[in-house]
Design a protein around this ligand. Structure first.
Ligand code: NAG
Length: 312
């Protein structure tokens, strides 16, 4: 048996010549233990080469939450100045200064659960409030609409760039009951506080549905076609009125397709009973107390262009 191995930044590729066939093993670094095998005949070498070229795109099948309190809902482009709070260890992973959507090493900040939900930690980094918030922690108030942002990583559908089949399956927000990280995604300590919907996709959907924003779910990224890998998507969720004020852990969970395990991002936030108390906390920590605004409320869009009136 002859073995050739190729390594990219995001995947390992191993081709074995086995009984006249080439067996190609594709092991994505983010999923130790999951190995896809393809059996091809030698004359299909070209196909194998093409497949290898396509691998980085395949391996980019992931996403994460970058900002946990973003000022603009349904926005077009990421602007770190509009982010006033960050997830666990955002500084360590350089989420603020690195290019939006760049994973920055694997697995790095990306956290995908595996086939042992009862064993796999729910969060990429375990909870440690004392060291995890060199970039500031969020503060919310009861009833607040919170905007969070994530890179699309090629996982949206928009007919303007000829992509209609990238699916979306589940987008949920949880709050953790208690102060310790739940063991796992099946834990009863996870209380679902928001279902952020599912984006439309597929041949059955009209161009109009697929190309209209805002849209529910993961693919709410109006500028997806300009940079399918690194476009910004936003979600919003509401802090439940019956949440007990105090510090809580929040968990985002995304399922792209049922056959791919969920991705999660975890962060803490101080929840205040009123906006006045939250504002006092943000002022004391040097942050703006503005509420989030909606991109489509502050801009006039005509034929896909911003045509705002000019202030005199
Ligand atoms: C907030 O998110 C919900 C759920 O996805 C969505 O239905 C709603 O339209 C969003 N609100 C705004 C103002 O975008």
């Amino acid at each position: 048996m002859i073995t050739a191995t190729a390594r990219g930044p995001q995947c390992n590729l191993q081709a074995d010549l086995h009984e006249g066939n080439i067996v190609l093993h594709v092991r994505r670094r983010e999923t130790v233990g999951s190995c896809e095998q393809l059996c091809v005949r030698p004359k299909m070498k070209l196909f194998v080469a093409l497949l290898a070229v396509g691998l980085p795109a395949l391996a980019a099948a992931h996403s994460w939450i970058v900002c946990t309190d973003y000022l603009e809902n349904n926005g077009w482009y990421w602007d770190k100045a509009k982010c006033r709070a960050w997830p666990r260890n955002a500084k360590k992973y350089n989420l603020r200064n690195r290019r939006f959507g760049l994973a920055g090493g694997f697995p790095g900040f990306v956290h995908r659960l595996d086939d042992h939900p009862e064993l796999t930690p729910l969060c990429n980094d375990p909870r440690d409030d004392a060291t995890s918030y060199q970039l500031p922690m969020a503060a919310y108030y009861l009833g607040q609409k919170v905007v969070i942002t994530h890179p699309t990583k090629n996982h949206a559908s928009d007919p303007r760039c000829g992509i209609r089949n990238r699916r979306d399956t589940e987008n949920l927000m949880y709050v953790v009951n208690g102060d310790e990280d739940p063991c796992c995604i099946d834990s009863p300590k996870l209380i679902q506080i928001m279902d952020m919907g599912v984006s439309p996709s597929g041949r059955g959907e009209s161009d109009e549905v697929l190309g209209t924003y805002p849209k529910p779910g993961f693919q709410n990224a109006p500028k997806f076609c300009e940079d399918p890998d690194k476009a910004m998507g936003t979600y919003n969720f509401t802090i439940p009125m019956d949440l007990k004020p105090g510090r809580h852990t929040f968990v985002w969970k995304w399922i792209r397709v049922p056959t791919v395990n969920p991705f999660t991002t975890c962060w803490e936030a101080d929840v205040f009973a009123t906006k006045a108390e939250r504002d006092a906390h943000y002022l004391a920590t040097g942050r703006t107390t503005e509420d989030m605004w909606d991109f489509y409320q502050i801009h006039n869009i005509v034929d896909g262009e911003i045509v705002d009136p000019i202030d005199i």
